[in-house]
Design a protein. Structure first.
Length: 344
């Protein structure tokens, strides 16, 4: 198993350089309230030399597939062939509330989106006739997209952020990797099963497919104190949009914390963020994160490797600390991986 790191835009380049020096395999740039993925990855591409770069994830409703393909080609070229394109359909509140894009038919739209992106990355003119995307529209004389970016010969791997069984199977069918969040080892094992089913549809196995959950991480001698450090992060994610449509609340429900997640969402949306953070169940945090002493984290890493994880990404943005402390988390996580005995 390898390690990745989920960057923040604050000190993102410095964090990526530190991760590269420590032997991390990939640096992921999230996309949300604080930053977009492409801008941060462009900066990191110029400051690093060997570490992989991944959008974790670019939101499908935020940009057309043609632009996503052009952005991927550009970042692949700037990084010397190190870019991986992580995509996610997001959720109804973000799709409709942020971008004004209907959320209907997310699986069909994702399939078509990836097909258009892959067409663009061939460097050939893009003509596509789908249900959701039509390039160039019939009967019109528009000019097709033709990506002329000079880039390395190795293809851009495509990763999908997915939660439900059908979306996970789709990731196995059309993607090269999966990006997960809020995932306990047993959930990863279940996800891998759905992904394997998708791979089987197209005559493939899980060989070479990257299973990559991203886990909030706080490493220290007191496990309870580490859990407390992650409460605000969990409350923030559980409060995005309506609880009934929030993917993080759905994940909490699958682990038996649905009522607690709904209460966290209610408190946060009412403006009481402190109470919301206190209401996040400690058991939910512990089950879906890396917390506690290095030795305990090493044991958790073994459990994830046994569940089928090939890359485990350390989400350092979950802890509200400075750059030096975040680099310290990276160092401790790599020590835990070495201690775990599952390092690739």
């Amino acid at each position: 198993m390898k390690l990745g790191v989920n960057l923040t835009y604050q000190g993102g380049a410095e964090l990526a350089v530190a991760a590269e020096q420590l032997g991390y395999d990939v640096a992921l740039a999230p996309e949300g309230y604080r930053s977009d993925a492409a801008s941060l990855l462009g900066l990191v591409a110029g400051r690093t030399r060997t570490i992989g770069l991944c959008s974790g994830v670019m939101q499908i409703p935020a940009r057309t597939p043609a632009l996503a393909g052009l952005t991927a080609a550009t970042l692949h070229a700037l990084s010397g062939g190190r870019f991986r394109l992580g995509l996610g359909v997001s959720n109804p509140d973000v799709s409709e509330g942020w971008y004004g894009v209907p959320f209907a038919h997310p699986l069909a739209r994702t399939r078509e989106y990836v097909e258009v992106v892959r067409l663009a990355l061939t460097g050939e003119p893009v003509r596509y006739e789908g249900e959701h995307y039509r390039l160039v529209p019939p009967g019109q004389g528009g000019s097709p997209l033709h990506v002329l970016t000079e880039r390395p010969q190795n293809p851009v791997p495509v990763y999908l952020g997915a939660v439900g069984p059908k979306n996970l199977a789709l990731a196995g069918e059309i993607a090269d990797g999966w990006i997960g969040v809020f995932a306990a080892p047993e959930q990863v094992a279940q996800a891998a099963g759905h992904i394997a089913a998708g791979r089987e549809r197209v005559g493939r196995t899980l060989e070479g497919f990257d299973v990559m959950p991203c886990l909030a991480t706080a490493i220290g001698p007191d496990t309870d104190a580490c859990v407390d450090l992650l409460r605000a992060h969990y409350a923030y994610l559980l409060a995005i949009g309506d609880a009934d449509r929030n993917i993080y609340c759905a994940l909490a429900d699958r682990l038996g914390h649905g009522a607690d997640a709904a209460e966290v969402s209610r408190l946060a949306r009412a403006g009481d963020r402190d109470a919301a953070a206190r209401a996040v169940p400690a058991g939910f945090i512990d089950a879906t994160s890396l917390v506690g002493p290095v030795e305990r984290v090493a044991g958790r890493m073994r459990a994830y490797a046994d569940a089928g994880v090939t890359t485990l990404s350390v989400m350092i943005s979950a802890v509200a600390v400075g750059l030096e402390e975040r680099i310290g988390i990276l160092e401790q996580a790599m020590k835990a991986l070495d201690l775990s005995g599952v390092r690739d």
